[in-house]
Design a protein around this ligand. Sequence first.
Ligand SMILES: NC(=O)c1ccc[n+]([C@@H]2O[C@H](COP(=O)([O-])OP(=O)(O)OC[C@H]3O[C@@H](n4cnc5c(N)ncnc54)[C@H](OP(=O)(O)O)[C@@H]3O)[C@@H](O)[C@H]2O)c1
Length: 251
Amino acid sequence: MSIAIIFGANGGIGQEFVKQALERHAVVYACSRPAADIADDITLPNIKPMDNGLQSVQLNVLDEEHLKQLAEHVSSQYGHVDLIVNATGILHDSNGLQPEKKIEDFNLENFNKVFQINTASTALIAKYFISLLKKSESMPSVFASLSARVGSIGDNHLGGWYSYRASKAALNQIVKTLSIEAVRRNKNTAVIALHPGTTDTNLSKPFQQNVKPEKLFSSHYSVSKMFQIIDNLFIEDNGKFFAWDGSTIEW
Ligand SMILES: NC(=O)c1ccc[n+]([C@@H]2O[C@H](COP(=O)([O-])OP(=O)(O)OC[C@H]3O[C@@H](n4cnc5c(N)ncnc54)[C@H](OP(=O)(O)O)[C@@H]3O)[C@@H](O)[C@H]2O)c1
């Protein structure tokens, strides 16, 4: 049975990943932050079976106990995972966190928050789930993390956005390092980073005014393009950073 787990499942891109994963996998765990009123519930992760193989999971991606419990649940139910996607990410929030225009805007608390969500989340997910990736003989099992082109150091021509850029550059290093370890443990694995293109979600909303309409993608379009990449991965693609159109981006 084919199993997928999507983290950040309530986000613009994450929700669409869940929908399109359900077209491909028998069981899809859609993992989102718990509602504020049950945030301290020690029974988390709260796993609720829905229709058509959808399993709704309330989980904090930065809480190791939640990740451990979900991994134990998946392991006991199915023994493996075919696809893991981390679509968690932050660029701004309602508490005043904004991408820096200049270095004087840098704020240590915001930097730490951005790094926890954008960078550490992937390492924590990998810590608990990498050993569950299916050892398939044909298709590689896939661990994909949503990065961003602005995380490429070689591609940085504009500057600004120190914390977000740095968090995605560090995420890319985690993905690359994980790809080396993962393939030693399971040769039919592809660990990749994905750039979705500028996609119309809450994350990009405040920064869309200078984006040409044809360069602003719907979540449906960008996730369809990213699934085209995922569906056609070879083990040789392990450790690559892909843009939505299938081209590779320098780390
Ligand atoms: N949209 C774009 O143009 C664009 C471009 C390049 C890269 N990306 C990347 O694509 C990924 C998905 O972004 P999106 O556009 O779908 O953004 P989004 O709609 O804002 O969703 C991001 C999700 O991240 C999780 N998240 C946000 N703040 C969090 C926090 N404080 N603690 C824990 N989880 C938190 C939430 O998932 P839950 O509510 O489900 O927990 C949230 O829904 C991100 O990694 C982003 O950097 C997006």
